[in-house]
Design a binder for this molecule. Structure first.
Ligand code: BTN
Length: 279
């Protein structure tokens, strides 16, 4: 097991060690207590997904590899969206070798929902009184505001690899966010009015991801039941945009294939992908 230290300068004086939410012991714990075999830690990076995609072409041993950054200057979301990453946020990407991780391509369509479910469960544990929901296909909402997003990408490598990028607003108060983000998002600290240990939230997230991914292909009906119970959109009027088409109707939930089921004027439609707007 190896840890790469990418310590970019953030110290408050030349002789001081960089300030960080993660100690060396925390990074070693990640390798000892979770599926992670290597950690690459950065104080600041453009995007952990971009770095993991680059590493996918260079590294084929000791996976899963965790790319962890305390700040991102160009965090990416789905499509052309950007991901706002302020200090105190948890942002990381996990580079995995899909077959070795028992995640063959047949499971890939369900991975975002399954990761979202795992993050919901971690957030619910930390915020027992909050309303924690899964917004199909890959967001987590707390009290009707987005707290986490997931971006899974497949690098063009011979060996099937995946980059699972996750951003969770933990100790980054939305009071400091740009207005367009502050309008619709929240963070764990804004809901709980206290700070959380980033290493503990990361450990819990990696543990829960491993647990729920292990259910794929074996316990899909139970997974479906869990994401149905968490579905933010059920019973609500939605518009799903898929390329140049759109589907408008009442959401009936998520089926066992991971599709969003929408009752429209023309009958029931299953949406396998798309961007959802709540009407
Ligand atoms: C979305 O909401 O559309 C997905 C957001 C995913 C953000 C995470 S933060 C860590 C990783 N690195 C990125 O550049 N994006 C993902």
């Amino acid at each position: 097991m190896r840890t790469f230290w990418q310590r970019t300068p953030m110290a408050n004086s030349e002789n001081e060690k960089p300030l960080s939410s993660f100690s060396e012991a925390d990074l070693h714990r990640l390798q000892q207590e979770t599926l992670v075999q290597q950690v690459e830690f950065h104080h600041s990076l453009d995007s952990t997904n971009d770095r993991a995609l680059q590493l996918a072409t260079e590294v084929s041993k000791n996976l899963p590899l965790l790319v962890l950054a305390e700040a991102q200057t160009a965090g990416r979301g789905r499509g052309t969206n950007r991901w706002w990453t302020a200090g105190g946020a948890l942002t990381f990407s996990l580079l995995i070798e899909a077959e070795a991780a028992q995640l063959p391509p047949t499971h890939w369509p369900l991975m975002s929902l399954t990761a979202g479910l795992a993050i919901c469960e971690v957030c619910q544990n930390l915020l027992p009184k909050a309303d924690v929901r899964l917004k199909w296909p890959n967001d987590v909402f707390v009290n009707n505001r987005k707290v986490s997003g997931i971006l899974i990408e497949a690098p063009p490598t011979k060996q099937a690899k995946l980059v699972i990028g996750i951003g969770i607003n933990v100790n980054n108060s939305l009071a400091d966010a740009p207005p367009e983000v502050a309008e619709t998002a929240t963070s764990l600290c804004d809901v709980a009015h206290r700070q959380f240990s980033l290493p503990e939230v990361l450990l819990a997230t990696l543990t829960q991801l491993e647990k729920r991914f292990a259910w794929l292909g074996l316990r899909d009906a139970e997974l479906c039941d869990l994401w149905q119970k968490r579905c933010l959109l059920t019973g609500r009027q939605v518009k799903i945009e898929i390329a140049t088409n759109s589907v408008v109707g009442t959401c009936q939930g998520i089926d066992s294939t991971g599709a969003l089921v929408v009752k429209t004027d023309k009958g029931t439609q299953r949406c396998l992908s798309g961007t959802v707007t709540l009407l």
